[in-house]
Design a protein around this ligand. Structure first.
Ligand code: PGA
Length: 247
């Protein structure tokens, strides 16, 4: 049995004070949830959130660089994330791929380094609307999965979470249909089975992301292959995020 994982991606939102207030309330309200709960906060809030000693809610970052240290102005190393209490790190989010031109090759280097450091990557994959219309969805997500995971060992793969996020569904209010998302996620799992064998593939958690909210979470969670959600907008307010976690 895979433990469901609901992660909030706060993107570029919240000052330290706002982050602390939301995290504290959230931690209280989901204390007894059987679901693994993660908030991926901006770098600036991570240290303060870690100092809260949250009981239930785990911490993640939204990006990192793959070097240990050095002349990389503006970047954050995996060891720095560990130091501020992160267990997870989102890598290859479509906003990083599109706005900051991150390639599969760069994302792969980050995935390998995160795992080597002991961080669990949440590797994001997903197609654009044009790719969907051209019926390339499966090819795109399979290629992103394969390239993102190049060199990841059989020992490491169970520590990876994959988030399937169709780009046209992110922040748009449009969502993939639960069955449709399940089908794409099934092809991701098949790819994992080809790479690591069926037994290990069964252990990897694959989330859906893209306009997830309290009113549609059940549709995704009732699918056999969907093990959780990566939530943007609806993770910013305690009430909405709690509604999703209690699907
Ligand atoms: P959204 O974002 O829930 O606001 O669509 C999801 C994401 O980008 O991870």
């Amino acid at each position: 049995m895979r433990t469901p994982i609901i992660a909030g991606n706060w993107k570029m939102h919240k000052t330290v004070g706002e982050a602390v207030e939301v995290a504290r309330k959230l931690d209280e309200q989901v204390a007894d949830s059987p679901v693994e709960v993660v908030i991926c906060a901006p770098f600036t809030s991570l240290s303060a959130l870690s100092a809260l000693g949250l009981k239930k809610v785990k911490l993640g970052a939204q990006n990192m660089y793959y070097a240990d240290q050095g002349a990389f102005t503006g970047e954050i190393s995996p060891a720095m994330l560990e130091d501020v209490g992160c267990e997870y790190v989102i890598l290859g989010h479509s906003e990083r791929r599109e706005i900051f031109q991150e390639s599969d090759e760069l994302i792969n280097k980050k995935v390998l380094k995160a795992l080597e450091t002991g961080l669990k990557p949440i590797l994001c994959v997903g197609e654009t609307l044009a790719q969907r219309k051209a019926e390339q969805t499966t090819d795109v997500v399979v290629a992103q999965t394969t390239q993102g995971l190049a060199g990841v060992s059989a020992k490491q793969i169970a520590h990876v979470v994959i988030a399937y996020e169709p780009i046209w569904a992110i922040g748009t209010g449009e969502t993939s249909d639960g069955k449709d998302a399940n089908q794409v996620i099934t092809s991701i799992r098949q790819t994992l089975a080809e790479l690591y064998g069926p037994e290990l593939a069964e252990q990897v958690r694959i989330q859906y992301g893209g306009s997830v909210k309290p009113s549609n979470i059940a549709e995704f969670m009732e699918q056999t292959e969907i093990d959780g959600a990566l939530v943007g907008g609806a993770s910013l307010k305690v009430e909405d995020f709690v509604g999703i976690i209690r699907y």
